[in-house]
Write a new protein. Structure first.
Length: 146
């Protein structure tokens, strides 16, 4: 498959992919060096059974792609992923064109821009980040996206 798009058309098409196949989330990663035992990070993913889609996204916006092996009788899926500040750069480009996941993108950008990377977060900073993670989980529940 060959997609030739530029400028606004590229961003609008990609926003449609994110709205339909994508996930914007704030995830936990176990890390013993942190007082609370984990850190939070922003990630944007697109999962699809077509490898070319992940490769195309990687070529256009960076990030990485990996195979998610099928379980049982499921097909192998390909997952494109962009994290942290790279995710902000991506989301800021597609934000004007998002429809279904606009609120998740806005929350994700706010989370990453205000995120403090330290082993000893204050209780207040920790509470804010955790509240943003919980709010994102709520937005990502099926049927709650808009």
């Amino acid at each position: 498959m060959r997609i030739i798009l530029k400028g606004k058309a590229l961003l609008a098409y990609t926003a449609g992919i994110i709205d339909g196949e994508g996930c914007i989330c704030i995830s936990r990663k176990a890390e013993n060096r942190y007082k609370k035992g984990y850190s939070l990070f922003l990630q944007v993913t697109v999962t699809n059974t077509k490898e070319w889609l992940g490769q195309w996204l990687k070529m256009q916006f960076g990030g990485f792609i990996f195979a998610d092996t099928g379980r049982g009788n499921r097909q192998v899926c390909w997952r494109w992923c962009v994290i942290g500040n790279d995710a902000i750069a991506f989301l800021e480009k597609v934000l004007p064109y998002l429809q279904l996941k606009k609120s998740q993108a806005e929350l994700a950008i706010a989370f990453q821009k205000n995120r403090k990377r330290t082993k000893n977060l204050s209780e207040g900073d920790n509470a804010v980040q955790e509240a943003q993670r919980i709010m994102m989980m709520s937005l990502n529940k099926r049927g709650k996206g808009v």
